[in-house]
Design a protein around this ligand. Structure first.
Ligand SMILES: [Zn+2]
Length: 190
């Protein structure tokens, strides 16, 4: 949306010059007056000579209508890519998501390590039982199939756990990908 149309929703402006894309003047939305408030549609900005308020359409929506950056960007029809392209903003999202990522990895690694320890105990128990079955098959006839299946499950699970430990601890490239993913998710959810 054109900045003149946007501000005209709040105060009326009239064209005072046609050079350089034109200039509009009117009462300042903040401090009033008659024509101290100037708007330049080509540059997309405004300035009040009296109270020195100035900015672009997004600044106006934030300052005058109390919108968040993202709400303002949506209102004037700016796509999310533009929103993310602002370097300072992208940096903020990145820092915030890097923090969230560090917390996630901390929690996930603690979870996975305890799962891993539990799994190792289970495997030791299963192997111990399995060896006992092999030594004295007649004593464990009913249990033996169950233990065999259990061991197979443990070995199948091992790859999943090793993959997760690898993601969490060994592969720095995965971390960069993860932070980027977090940044996109964070931006999508504001
Ligand atoms: Zn003013």
């Amino acid at each position: 949306m054109n900045i003149v149309d946007l501000i005209q929703q709040d105060v009326s402006l009239k064209r005072v010059s046609s050079t350089g894309g034109g200039e509009y003047a009117g009462a300042c939305p903040w401090c009033g007056g008659k024509d101290r408030f100037r708007v330049w549609p080509e540059g997309g900005n405004y300035w009040c000579r009296q109270c020195n308020r100035k900015g672009d359409a997004i600044q106006y929506l934030r300052d005058y209508r109390g919108k968040s950056y993202q709400e303002a960007a949506t209102l004037i029809g700016k796509p999310l890519e533009d929103f993310l392209a602002r370097p300072s903003l992208a940096r903020t999202v990145e820092v915030r998501t890097a923090d969230a990522y560090e917390r996630w990895i901390d929690e996930a690694s603690r979870e996975t390590w305890s799962e891993w320890d539990e799994w190792r105990l289970d495997v030791q128990l299963a192997e111990f039982a399995y060896r006992a079955i092999q030594r004295q098959p007649e004593a464990y006839a009913e249990d033996s199939l169950w233990w065999e299946q259990r061991l197979a499950q443990f070995y199948a699970q091992q790859h999943t756990l090793e993959d997760r430990l690898d993601i969490l601890t060994l592969d720095p490239m995965r971390k960069t990908e993860r932070v980027a993913l977090f940044a996109r998710e964070a931006a999508r959810h504001g």
